[in-house]
Design a protein around this ligand. Structure first.
Ligand code: BEZ
Ligand code: FE
Length: 287
């Protein structure tokens, strides 16, 4: 194509990709170019503004490590990660809703038995977190692996602790019994800020947003014959429940912490009645 101008440059770029063999890649790249060009036209993007965008990508790359991926955080705070989760859930009406994985999952967390203690000696508010893993017909799923991870009562994940002698804490996995039940003794999670000392934090500040996430438990359920479920549970009354920096709250994942006086359960979990209890059933979709 000759004499490239603002009104034909998009078409010129698309023509160069006509021969892309993978049809899905072609669809994605074509749409990406169309939308990027449309964005630049719509805002009348100036050279210095685009250089600022390039600088953002450069800075995000520089601060990223295997433990901290600033591009994922950027996708999170722009709502893109949650949108992709929602697209994954299209047409799946029966299973538990997906929510953010976040950057703090660690493979190989210790196994804690059913009714075991996830919280060690953390001084937070004691909670019994229990429920069942079910299939879409409400039948128990036996042998499902349930991974839990959450912040300590100081608002940090164990992997964010920098002091000498920091140990794995508040993360574990366990396997459901024949009745599909999981259960741990843990603590009430607390709200905390996503890392905001890098470029993503600059976006938050310069757009008058905050880095706070409402308190949550992270849960990842895996069982043979079912789609993996990555999700979260949120105390429904958290101050930040409607202002999650990463847009991961779903109404169906809001839970209450009910005062419970069941002496038998208290002794099974090693807590003192009355205690706080969260009961939540996860529903897996066959796949
Ligand atoms: C988290 O919940 O651990 C998290 C999710 C998205 C970005 C940062 C942290
Ligand atoms: Fe988290």
């Amino acid at each position: 194509m000759r004499n490239l101008q603002e009104d034909n440059i998009t078409e010129a770029v698309l023509q160069t990709m006509e021969g892309t063999e993978d049809p899905r890649l072609k669809e994605i790249m074509t749409s990406l170019v169309k939308h990027l060009h449309a964005f630049a036209r719509e805002v009348g993007l100036q050279q210095d503004e685009w250089m600022r965008g390039i600088q953002y990508l450069y800075d995000a790359g520089k601060i990223s490590t295997p433990e901290r991926n600033e591009f994922i955080l950027t996708s999170d705070i722009l709502g893109l990660s949650s949108l992709v989760d929602m697209i994954k859930g299209r047409g799946v009406s029966s299973g538990t809703e997906y929510s953010a994985l976040g950057p703090f999952f660690v493979d190989g967390a210790p196994e804690v038995p059913l009714e075991g203690n996830l919280a060690g000696d953390d001084p937070g508010t004691e909670v019994v977190l229990t429920g069942r893993v079910l299939n879409e017909r409400s039948e128990p799923v036996e042998g499902a692996r349930v991974d839990f991870w959450q912040t300590q009562s100081n608002g940090l994940y164990d992997v964010q602790e920098t002091h000498e002698g920091a140990v794995p804490n508040l993360r574990c996995h366990q396997f459901t019994g024949a009745d599909g039940r999981y259960g741990v003794r843990t603590i009430k999670p607390v709200s905390y800020k996503v890392p905001d000392d890098g470029p993503a934090g600059e976006i938050l500040r310069s757009t008058s947003r905050t880095a706070w996430r409402p308190a949550h438990y992270h849960i990842w359920v895996n069982a043979d014959g079912y789609l993996p479920l990555v999700t979260e549970l949120f105390p429904g009354d958290d101050d930040w429940i409607d202002r999650d920096a990463v847009f991961a709250v779903r109404d169906s994942l809001r839970v209450s912490f009910d005062d419970t006086a069941d002496e038998d359960e208290a002794s099974a979990y090693g807590v003192t009645a009355p205690y706080k209890k969260v009961e939540y059933d996860f529903v897996l979709v066959a796949g």
